[in-house]
Design a protein around this ligand. Structure first.
Ligand code: GRF
Length: 196
Protein backbone atom coordinates (compact mmCIF):
# COMPACT_ATOMS: atom_id res chain seq x y z
CA UNK A 1 0.00 0.00 0.00
CA UNK A 2 1.49 3.34 -1.04
CA UNK A 3 2.40 5.46 1.96
CA UNK A 4 1.16 9.06 2.01
CA UNK A 5 3.75 11.60 3.09
CA UNK A 6 3.12 15.04 4.63
CA UNK A 7 6.14 17.35 4.53
CA UNK A 8 6.48 20.32 6.90
CA UNK A 9 8.66 23.25 5.83
CA UNK A 10 9.53 26.75 6.97
CA UNK A 11 11.70 28.10 4.16
CA UNK A 12 12.99 27.34 0.69
CA UNK A 13 12.17 23.66 0.94
CA UNK A 14 15.14 22.25 -0.95
CA UNK A 15 14.89 19.04 1.09
CA UNK A 16 11.15 18.90 0.40
CA UNK A 17 11.86 19.19 -3.35
CA UNK A 18 14.34 16.31 -3.17
CA UNK A 19 11.81 14.18 -1.30
CA UNK A 20 8.92 15.00 -3.67
CA UNK A 21 11.04 14.42 -6.78
CA UNK A 22 12.20 11.05 -5.41
CA UNK A 23 8.69 9.64 -4.91
CA UNK A 24 8.06 8.30 -8.41
CA UNK A 25 7.72 4.97 -10.19
CA UNK A 26 7.84 1.99 -7.83
CA UNK A 27 8.73 4.15 -4.83
CA UNK A 28 6.52 2.96 -1.92
CA UNK A 29 5.42 6.52 -1.02
CA UNK A 30 3.89 9.60 -2.57
CA UNK A 31 3.73 13.21 -1.37
CA UNK A 32 0.27 14.02 0.00
CA UNK A 33 0.69 17.60 1.23
CA UNK A 34 3.33 20.22 1.95
CA UNK A 35 2.57 22.45 4.93
CA UNK A 36 4.46 25.62 5.86
CA UNK A 37 4.33 27.72 9.04
CA UNK A 38 4.50 30.89 6.93
CA UNK A 39 2.79 31.94 3.71
CA UNK A 40 6.14 33.40 2.66
CA UNK A 41 7.90 30.02 2.61
CA UNK A 42 9.53 29.71 -0.80
CA UNK A 43 8.96 25.97 -0.81
CA UNK A 44 5.19 26.41 -1.23
CA UNK A 45 5.50 27.54 -4.85
CA UNK A 46 7.93 24.67 -5.57
CA UNK A 47 5.43 22.15 -4.17
CA UNK A 48 2.56 23.69 -6.16
CA UNK A 49 4.69 23.61 -9.31
CA UNK A 50 5.00 19.85 -8.70
CA UNK A 51 1.27 19.42 -8.30
CA UNK A 52 1.47 18.76 -4.57
CA UNK A 53 -1.29 20.12 -2.32
CA UNK A 54 -0.09 22.80 0.08
CA UNK A 55 -1.26 24.48 3.26
CA UNK A 56 -0.15 27.23 5.62
CA UNK A 57 -0.58 27.35 9.38
CA UNK A 58 1.19 30.48 10.56
CA UNK A 59 2.51 30.03 14.10
CA UNK A 60 2.26 33.80 14.62
CA UNK A 61 -1.53 33.52 14.51
CA UNK A 62 -1.41 31.51 17.75
CA UNK A 63 0.70 33.92 19.81
CA UNK A 64 2.79 31.30 21.59
CA UNK A 65 -0.08 28.86 22.15
CA UNK A 66 1.85 25.84 20.90
CA UNK A 67 -1.01 23.42 21.53
CA UNK A 68 -3.45 25.48 19.41
CA UNK A 69 -0.83 25.86 16.67
CA UNK A 70 -0.22 22.12 16.57
CA UNK A 71 -3.95 21.31 16.61
CA UNK A 72 -4.28 23.58 13.55
CA UNK A 73 -1.44 21.71 11.82
CA UNK A 74 -3.14 18.39 12.50
CA UNK A 75 -6.47 19.76 11.19
CA UNK A 76 -4.71 20.97 8.04
CA UNK A 77 -2.95 17.68 7.24
CA UNK A 78 -5.52 15.17 8.52
CA UNK A 79 -7.67 15.40 5.34
CA UNK A 80 -4.66 14.06 3.41
CA UNK A 81 -4.41 11.07 5.75
CA UNK A 82 -0.60 11.07 6.04
CA UNK A 83 1.11 7.84 7.04
CA UNK A 84 4.52 9.52 7.41
CA UNK A 85 5.49 13.05 8.44
CA UNK A 86 8.78 14.51 7.17
CA UNK A 87 10.13 17.67 8.81
CA UNK A 88 12.25 19.35 6.14
CA UNK A 89 13.73 22.63 7.25
CA UNK A 90 10.83 23.03 9.67
CA UNK A 91 12.01 25.48 12.28
CA UNK A 92 9.37 25.20 15.01
CA UNK A 93 9.85 23.07 18.11
CA UNK A 94 7.03 20.53 18.49
CA UNK A 95 5.55 19.44 21.81
CA UNK A 96 5.50 15.83 23.04
CA UNK A 97 1.70 15.81 22.43
CA UNK A 98 2.17 16.39 18.72
CA UNK A 99 5.17 14.06 18.52
CA UNK A 100 3.21 11.28 20.25
CA UNK A 101 0.43 11.69 17.67
CA UNK A 102 2.99 10.70 15.00
CA UNK A 103 5.11 8.38 17.15
CA UNK A 104 7.29 6.13 15.04
CA UNK A 105 6.29 7.80 11.76
CA UNK A 106 7.85 11.28 11.89
CA UNK A 107 11.31 11.99 10.46
CA UNK A 108 13.60 15.01 10.56
CA UNK A 109 16.83 15.98 8.90
CA UNK A 110 19.38 17.78 11.02
CA UNK A 111 22.55 19.40 9.61
CA UNK A 112 25.09 17.73 11.90
CA UNK A 113 26.45 14.28 12.71
CA UNK A 114 24.20 13.64 15.71
CA UNK A 115 24.58 13.25 18.58
CA UNK A 116 27.06 16.08 18.01
CA UNK A 117 25.67 19.60 17.72
CA UNK A 118 21.99 19.33 18.51
CA UNK A 119 20.18 22.64 18.04
CA UNK A 120 21.22 25.56 15.89
CA UNK A 121 24.37 26.94 14.24
CA UNK A 122 25.73 23.44 13.72
CA UNK A 123 28.27 24.31 11.03
CA UNK A 124 29.79 27.25 12.89
CA UNK A 125 30.13 25.03 15.98
CA UNK A 126 31.86 22.23 14.06
CA UNK A 127 34.32 24.67 12.47
CA UNK A 128 34.92 26.36 15.82
CA UNK A 129 35.62 22.99 17.42
CA UNK A 130 38.24 22.22 14.76
CA UNK A 131 36.40 19.11 13.55
CA UNK A 132 37.73 17.43 10.41
CA UNK A 133 34.30 16.37 9.20
CA UNK A 134 30.65 17.42 9.36
CA UNK A 135 27.45 16.14 7.83
CA UNK A 136 23.75 15.51 8.29
CA UNK A 137 21.49 13.05 10.06
CA UNK A 138 17.99 11.76 9.40
CA UNK A 139 16.35 10.56 12.58
CA UNK A 140 12.98 9.59 13.98
CA UNK A 141 11.49 12.50 15.91
CA UNK A 142 11.06 11.94 19.65
CA UNK A 143 10.22 14.45 22.40
CA UNK A 144 13.91 15.17 23.04
CA UNK A 145 15.15 17.74 20.48
CA UNK A 146 17.31 16.22 17.69
CA UNK A 147 17.61 12.98 19.66
CA UNK A 148 15.56 10.16 18.13
CA UNK A 149 16.84 6.89 16.60
CA UNK A 150 19.25 7.60 13.76
CA UNK A 151 18.10 6.31 10.35
CA UNK A 152 20.91 7.71 8.24
CA UNK A 153 23.97 9.91 8.14
CA UNK A 154 26.14 11.47 5.43
CA UNK A 155 29.62 12.86 6.01
CA UNK A 156 31.62 15.65 4.33
CA UNK A 157 35.13 16.97 5.06
CA UNK A 158 35.56 20.34 6.70
CA UNK A 159 38.13 22.26 4.62
CA UNK A 160 40.64 24.69 6.12
CA UNK A 161 39.04 27.76 4.55
CA UNK A 162 35.46 26.71 5.20
CA UNK A 163 32.95 29.21 6.49
CA UNK A 164 29.59 28.10 7.95
CA UNK A 165 28.08 29.01 4.59
CA UNK A 166 30.48 26.98 2.44
CA UNK A 167 30.16 24.03 4.77
CA UNK A 168 26.34 24.30 4.81
CA UNK A 169 26.29 24.23 1.02
CA UNK A 170 28.45 21.08 0.96
CA UNK A 171 26.28 19.37 3.58
CA UNK A 172 23.05 20.36 1.81
CA UNK A 173 24.12 18.38 -1.27
CA UNK A 174 24.35 15.30 0.92
CA UNK A 175 21.02 16.09 2.64
CA UNK A 176 19.32 15.93 -0.75
CA UNK A 177 20.71 12.43 -1.27
CA UNK A 178 20.31 11.09 2.26
CA UNK A 179 16.74 12.10 3.07
CA UNK A 180 15.17 10.49 -0.04
CA UNK A 181 17.22 7.32 0.50
CA UNK A 182 16.08 7.05 4.11
CA UNK A 183 12.44 7.81 3.26
CA UNK A 184 12.32 5.10 0.59
CA UNK A 185 13.65 2.53 3.03
CA UNK A 186 11.50 3.80 5.92
CA UNK A 187 8.34 3.67 3.78
CA UNK A 188 9.02 -0.05 3.25
CA UNK A 189 9.20 -0.55 7.00
CA UNK A 190 12.98 -0.91 6.98
CA UNK A 191 14.75 1.07 9.70
CA UNK A 192 18.26 -0.15 8.85
CA UNK A 193 20.52 2.91 9.04
CA UNK A 194 21.99 4.30 5.82
CA UNK A 195 25.50 5.76 5.80
CA UNK A 196 26.59 7.79 2.78
C1 GRF B 1 18.85 22.51 5.93
O1 GRF B 1 20.19 22.71 6.28
C2 GRF B 1 18.27 21.46 6.85
O2 GRF B 1 19.26 20.57 7.34
C3 GRF B 1 17.73 22.25 7.98
O3 GRF B 1 17.15 23.39 7.34
C4 GRF B 1 18.01 23.76 6.24
C5 GRF B 1 17.22 24.30 5.08
O4 GRF B 1 16.50 23.23 4.55
N1 GRF B 1 16.77 21.50 8.74
P1 GRF B 1 15.54 23.42 3.25
O5 GRF B 1 16.38 23.98 2.12
O6 GRF B 1 14.44 24.41 3.63
O7 GRF B 1 15.05 22.05 2.97
Amino acid sequence: MTKRVAILISGGGSNMVSLVDSMTGDHPARPAVVLANSAGAGGLAKAQARGVATGVVDHRDFKGDREAFEKAIISAIDPYQPDILCLAGFMRILTPVFIDAFKGRMLNIHPSLLPKYRGLNTHARAIEAGDSEAGCTVHEVTPELDDGPILGQARVPILPDDTPETLAARVLIQEHKLYPAVLQRFAQGDRTAINL
